[in-house]
Design a protein around this ligand. Structure first.
Ligand code: SF4
Ligand code: SF4
Length: 108
């Protein structure tokens, strides 16, 4: 039987399941036509796509972060040469549309 403390622990250790519709980090406009994939190599959970060996890499103008798989670690932010990656709370308002664009690439 769960007590209050047990429920609190479950919520803390499974943030992805608890926040399926919340975008954590977002790739925005500066990535367009840069897409050097430095962030792909930095991501510990492989949630940034398309990669260079993906056929979609040639046709997409930027890369995207999967909002469900992203663990909100921030490791991709400092490696981006054009400062294109933002925590959702830090995303400049002028690039708000990129939240939906990132999610849409993964059918979220
Ligand atoms: S590191 Fe920055 S510019 Fe390079 S692919 Fe990732 S988001 Fe785009
Ligand atoms: S915040 Fe972490 S998990 Fe999310 S895309 Fe960046 S490196 Fe990957």
């Amino acid at each position: 039987m769960f007590g209050f403390a047990d429920i609190a622990i479950v919520k803390y250790t499974h943030p992805v399941e608890e926040t399926q519709t919340v975008m954590t980090y977002v790739i925005a406009e500066p990535c367009i036509n840069t897409k050097d994939t430095a962030c792909v190599d930095a991501c510990p959970v492989d949630c940034i796509h398309p990669k260079k060996d993906d056929p979609k890499y040639a046709t997409e103008t930027l890369l995207y972060i999967d909002p469900v798989e992203c663990i909100d670690c921030g490791a991709c932010v400092p490696v981006c040469p054009v400062s294109a990656i933002f925590a959702l709370d830090d995303l400049p308002e002028k690039w708000n549309e990129f939240t939906a664009k990132n999610a849409a690439y993964f059918g979220r």
